[in-house]
Design a binder for this molecule. Structure first.
Ligand SMILES: Nc1nc2c(ncn2[C@@H]2O[C@H](COP(=O)(O)OP(=O)(O)OP(=O)(O)O)[C@@H](O)[C@H]2O)c(=O)[nH]1
Ligand SMILES: [Mg+2]
Length: 535
């Protein structure tokens, strides 16, 4: 009974978009309406200004971009929300991907002036493949925007998802006056507030209220009415089933930075979005209300809190009741672990936590016992799906400039690897002194260098290597170590000692395959498929 109620009021959602569409800004405003913070901080490259809660990392505050995903739990009108703010930049896409695995629904932001952008398409493809119900928030209506009908058309024709506007904008840019709620037939008028930091005033009138015409110019009003009539003429009602299957998305218009439409969105979102859904495990779907606790680790982050300087494993609870001090089995290591230090997460802040339910994200102090993808469970044994590592495309040799700080250097490298943002390799069979770092995007090297210095006190030198791809080698160990490779390729091993080869081009890879018929050169997807089959 308790389980049913607790699960029913949980909403766990990721906010995704192309860089800069306003995810962190929207997150901040959702926190404001949720009463979780009193004043909204701005995403700003300028120092000394209060920064947004979810961009807690020093580098994020300096650059004004999100680098790592953030978890924020807060109550809102009887619901418990677990909000996951993700970075938009594709170089951090792997972190966004893993975070999406922990969500039951996603809020996709579009910049109203830009519409569907390249990264929007990639993230959408992940949601579609996983059938994650999607909400669309068309942001930045306070700036000159594209025709809203054109934006809907793009959702339908470029992404191939049915778009159902819940509200409709009145004007845009300087003429933006608010939104019309198509269900309640109310007009919500908004006023710009200083810095958007306070709750915006909301006045509700009828759509045919003479005030409407007074508030906006004739052209804006006519365009607005035309749009609404066209939508209403189309006649179909919102189909929640289609949304839950990932076939249709409700669309909201607003402006996060000036608070337009944020509260309206949140009120609808909690009503319409799904509570935690069953999760697929090796034994079949696991119901969120089944008694035995289960969950999986989707993220690891070191040094979130400068006062603690520890590592935290983020666990998405999938079923049962999580209780502090409980013992669970880590299915990867086969060991039982007592969860003594559990925390509720709010960006870089934490509170100790007594219990949690499906949908919640629990932070566990991680002295090295948890890895990304680990399943934790009690009672009957289940294993959730593996979380694949993305194929690295950038490689760099890194060394510590100051030999005195070598220990910290090793510690930093080990911990950044554990977070999964970089992969660490060494020349095959050599003493492990100077690692080769591999990443999906180059920005990750910048982040690693910065963090090694700011969090571990180590100055490093990174030298870019010309490789563009890595292949995992399968075959006899001796055959592999004696492999003959083109002079511009290199044999390496990963952290766990598995052999890989790095290549500059397809051509070089093909040559290696020809010269070494007894070795299989597997790409990362093939490797994953092989593992799936062997499980
Ligand atoms: N005019 C206007 N600017 C906005 C709005 N929402 C966000 N911005 C601005 O857009 C910029 C990017 O906002 P962020 O919230 O950092 O965007 P993001 O999607 O979190 O970016 P990444 O996490 O780096 O991908 C900031 O300068 C914001 O102030 C909006 O509604 N209107
Ligand atoms: Mg952001």
């Amino acid at each position: 009974m308790e389980l049913d109620q607790e699960v029913a009021r949980r909403r766990t959602f990721a906010i995704i978009s192309h860089p800069d569409a306003g995810k962190t800004t929207l997150t901040e405003k959702l926190l404001l309406y949720g009463g979780a913070i009193n004043t909204a901080g701005a995403v700003s490259a300028r120092r000394r200004q209060r920064a947004a809660t979810s961009d807690w990392m020093q580098l994020e505050r300096e650059r004004g971009i999100s680098i790592t995903s953030t978890v924020l739990q807060f109550p809102y009108s009887g619901f418990t929300l677990n909000l996951l703010d993700t970075p938009g930049h594709q170089d951090f896409g792997e972190d966004t991907y893993r975070t999406l695995l922990a969500a039951d629904s996603a809020v996709m932001l579009l910049d109203a002036a830009k519409g569907v952008e390249p990264q929007t398409k990639k993230l959408f493809a992940i949601c579609r493949a996983r059938r994650i119900p999607l909400f669309t928030f068309i942001n930045k209506m306070d700036r000159p925007a594209r025709d809203p009908l054109e934006l809907l058309d793009e959702l339908e024709n470029v992404l191939g998802i049915g778009a159902f506007p819940i509200n409709w904008p009145i004007g845009n840019g300087p003429s933006f006056r608010g939104v019309y709620d198509r269900t309640s037939k109310e007009v919500h008028l908004f006023e710009r507030t200083v810095h958007g930091a306070k709750r915006a005033a909301v006045r509700v009138t009828d759509v045919h209220d003479p005030q409407m015409r007074e508030l906006t110019d004739e052209r804006t009003f006519v365009e607005f009415l035309d749009g609404v009539e066209l939508l209403d003429g189309a006649g179909h009602a919102f189909d929640r089933g289609a949304m839950l299957r990932g076939e249709a998305t409700p669309v909201f218009f607003g402006s996060a930075v000036t608070n337009f439409g944020v509260e309206l969105f949140l009120d609808r979102f909690v009503q319409m979005s799904p509570s935690p859904l069953p999760r697929l495990a090796d034994t079949g779907p696991i119901s969120p209300t089944s008694d035995a606790f289960s969950g999986f680790v989707f993220k690891i982050q070191a040094n979130m809190d400068p006062r603690h300087r520890d590592r935290v494993a983020f666990v998405r609870v999938c079923s049962g009741k999580f209780e502090r001090d409980m013992s669970v089995r880590n299915m990867r290591s086969g060991k039982d672990v007592r969860l003594t230090r559990a925390m509720k997460l709010f960006a870089s802040e934490r509170e100790s936590l007594e219990c949690a339910f499906a949908g919640d994200v629990v932070g566990l102090a991680n002295p090295g016992v948890f890895a990304i993808g680990d399943t934790l469970c009690e009672g009957s044994r289940v294993v959730f799906e593996r979380i694949p590592a993305f194929e690295p495309e950038h490689f760099a040799a890194v060394r510590s400039i100051d030999t005195a700080s070598y220990k910290s250097f090793q510690k930093g490298i080990a911990q950044l690897r554990e977070e999964g943002a970089i992969q660490v390799m060494y020349p095959l069979g050599s003493i492990r002194t100077e690692p080769i770092l591999a990443a999906v995007g180059e920005l990750q090297f910048e982040v690693a260098k910065y963090r090694l210095e700011s969090e571990y006190g180590v100055k490093t030198q990174f030298t870019a290597l010309p490789y563009a791809m890595a292949r995992r080698l399968s075959g006899e160990r001796l055959t592999i170590s004696g492999a003959s490779l083109p002079s511009n390729a290199r044999l390496v091993e990963d952290w766990d000692g598995a052999a890989l080869a790095l290549f500059e081009s397809d051509w070089s890879l093909r040559l290696a395959q020809e010269w070494n018929p007894k070795i299989a050169f597997l790409d990362f997807t093939a490797l994953q498929d092989a593992l799936e089959v062997s499980r």
